[in-house]
Design a protein around this ligand. Structure first.
Ligand SMILES: C[S@@+](CC[C@H](N)C(=O)[O-])C[C@H]1O[C@@H](n2cnc3c(N)ncnc32)[C@H](O)[C@@H]1O
Length: 273
């Protein structure tokens, strides 16, 4: 039995590894429990590159937010936002446009509680504890409704989260329901783990995640592309994540540019009319 820290929300089972807290561990954070760390360490046996991948993925998040904010999008719905960590979406977006609005959505109560504690009364931001597979709940939630004007474009951020939706949850349908609720000019940004480069590693990684709060589903490039139906992809399209518009800022690449070791794709799309 692990000791229960005072900040752990009452409703959570700290013995059940959470994908949000495992990711926090990969990023070097401290919002995780012994059970999360144990499973994360087991995953590192399969994919020792994961801390580097997580850092590269955060860098993609920052690039897509800067890109979209510079393109005039000022409402960001961060689905599967995770534990708040350095370089939050609102800081990144508000550096480009101080009036940018951000709603963070996560199913993990620790992520939501830390998000609320960190944001406090930060203007133009909110946190929703919700399962993104229920778009109606997320979109009609009072926090979302107060912050967003749905007659104007929004950006859906789905960074490292769609691979937690199995095919039986119809991820393309889920994305489609958010897309249909958003105005023309709205956008989506995704990253997604792929089994294209090392299918055997992906199978072993999926087996580890079967013991976590949410299972992981590596997908091929064409399967990921199918999740983006109804969006026109911005240049350079759906690409290996480190290749998505490197913008000259220092970006972590401890794997020496070997895209096969990052094993993940990134893309930004704009809703076609
Ligand atoms: C790998 S983390 C990525 C976090 C963040 N997007 C980032 O890039 O730093 C995946 C996050 O998705 C959340 N998640 C997984 N399935 C979810 C669901 N059905 N609804 C909402 N959040 C979900 C997890 O709790 C976790 O915080």
């Amino acid at each position: 039995m692990n000791q229960r820290p005072p900040w752990a929300p009452d409703e959570i089972d700290i013995e059940r590894p959470s994908v949000a807290r495992m990711y926090d561990f990969f990023l070097g954070g401290s919002n995780n429990f012994a059970a999360d760390r144990r499973l994360a360490l087991e995953y590192l046996q399969v994919l020792p590159d994961m801390p580097a991948i997580a850092r590269a993925q955060r860098a993609v998040l920052h690039r897509v937010v800067r890109y979209l904010a510079a393109a005039g999008v000022d409402q960001f719905l961060d689905l599967g936002s995770g534990m708040p960590t350095a370089g939050t979406v609102h800081e990144t977006a508000q550096r480009v446009n101080p009036r940018a609005r951000v709603v963070y959505v996560d199913v993990d109560p620790v992520a939501a509680a830390h998000g609320r504690a960190l944001l406090g009364r930060t203007p133009h931001t909110g946190v929703v504890l919700a399962d993104l597979r229920d778009p109606a709940y997320v979109l009609k939630h009072p926090v979302t409704a107060e912050l967003f004007d749905f007659s104007r474009p929004i950006a859906l951020l789905m960074i490292a989260v769609l691979h937690f939706l199995p095919d039986r949850d119809e991820p393309a349908e889920v994305v489609g329901r958010y897309r249909d609720a958003s105005a023309p000019g709205s956008a989506i940004a995704i990253t997604h783990a792929t089994n294209d480069y090392d299918p055997e590693m992906a199978e072993r990684a999926e087996a580890v995640y079967r013991k976590a709060s949410h299972q992981m589903h590596y997908r091929s490039r064409s399967e990921v592309e199918a999740l983006l139906a109804g969006y026109d992809l911005a240049e350079p399209g759906l690409v290996d994540m480190t290749c998505w518009r490197p913008d000259g800022r220092p970006s972590p690449d401890p794997l020496g540019g070997d895209v096969t070791r990052y094993s993940g794709y990134a893309a930004v799309g704009r809703k076609n009319a």
